[in-house]
Design a protein around this ligand. Structure first.
Ligand SMILES: Cc1cc2nc3c(=O)[nH]c(=O)nc-3n(C[C@H](O)[C@H](O)[C@H](O)COP(=O)(O)O)c2cc1C
Length: 303
């Protein structure tokens, strides 16, 4: 898989850099490709909160600085690693700046996993950084946590730490089916699970669940009224495959048939039902109420 590392330490031979080197060695041995961005050596300025990315040019940041080098790599990455020295109980300012700028793409397209590497002088100083990681990455972006690694004081650059990090990097595996989030859709006594894709609309939908919608069988789909939410026009496609689920135009549509005649319809596909489950959907009454939620472990803690 593709791993992006944001290194928040300004010291090229420092403690954070040593942690990254060890983790990277293991990950590369396991066949993963790793791109490290030393954000302290890049020209990355703060988010202006101008909302250009949400109102004028979707997912595009107006600031033309080095963050523009990070965005395309972030969109291709399966995993993100945040690595930072602890400064005043949080990330370094430079890393926080880069993190804030992820506001523009919002939901990086393929991210499934994350890990956190932290170095500090003292023990017991990690709560702030861990809170940000868990809430802004694991929970909000629905990523699988691949571990939080800390090194305080004399633990830094110790053989024990670096060996543990190399082993953790080497144990990383590609995101597989197990890590793909699924919608759980229940109507009457039928429950099916649809695999979500990595589109902006799908990621946004995850944060809007659970929801209840009512659908009418049109002969090729169950068409339910449902607000669109965030959507990247460039991810829309012509037509669908039987079993696809569309979320656009004010509809949540379970497109169980009609694939052959679908080419002229523009769709925002967010999920797909396997063949067997697609067959089960077709046994439902003409009008059905669908309860839609998220399969564990992706469900948010507060729902
Ligand atoms: C501006 C600044 C703030 C720091 N704040 C803390 C802190 O709040 N708690 C702590 O334990 N260490 C703190 N440290 C120490 C660093 O976290 C520690 O030396 C770390 O290992 C440095 O990592 P590096 O070698 O990758 O730069 C601070 C260091 C600097 C320069």
């Amino acid at each position: 898989m593709k791993i992006i590392v944001l290194n928040g330490s300004p010291r090229p031979e420092g403690n954070t850099a040593a942690m990254i080197r060890a983790y990277r060695t293991g990950a590369e041995k396991a066949g993963h490709s790793v791109t490290v961005f030393d954000v302290c050596r890049m020209d990355i300025r703060g988010c202006l909160a101008c909302e250009y990315c949400h109102t004028k040019a979707f997912r595009t940041c107006v600031r033309q600085d080095d963050m523009q080098k990070i965005y395309p790599v972030l969109d291709e990455a399966d995993m993100i690693v945040l690595a930072s020295p602890i400064y005043y109980h949080g990330f370094s300012g430079q890393l926080q700046c880069a993190i804030n700028r992820i506001y523009a793409p919002g939901y990086p397209k393929k991210l499934k996993k994350a890990a956190l590497l932290l170095s500090s002088g003292d023990h017991g100083v990690y709560d702030g950084a861990i809170f940000a990681y868990q809430n802004s990455f694991i929970e909000y972006l629905h990523l699988e946590d691949m571990g939080i690694f800390t090194a305080a004081g004399s633990e830094n650059q110790s053989e024990e730490l670096l060996t543990r990090l190399t082993a953790a990097g080497a144990a990383l595996t590609d995101p597989d089916d197990h890590n793909v989030a699924r919608l759980v859709i229940t109507a009457d006594d039928v429950t099916v699970r649809a695999k979500l894709n990595g589109t902006t609309a799908a990621r946004d939908l995850m944060n809007r669940l659970p929801m209840t919608v009512t659908g009418f069988d049109s002969g090729i789909d169950y068409c339910c009224e449902c607000a669109d939410g965030a959507l990247d026009e460039s991810e829309m496609q012509d037509g669908w495959k039987n079993g696809d689920i569309n979320l656009s135009g004010g509809y949540f549509a379970i497109l169980y048939g009609g694939e052959e005649q679908s080419a002229s319809y523009r769709q925002m596909i967010v999920a797909h039902l396997p063949e067997d489950e697609n067959r089960m959907i077709q046994t439902l009454p003409k009008e059905s109420v669908f309860e839609i939620s998220l399969e564990e472990p992706y469900r948010r803690r507060d729902t």
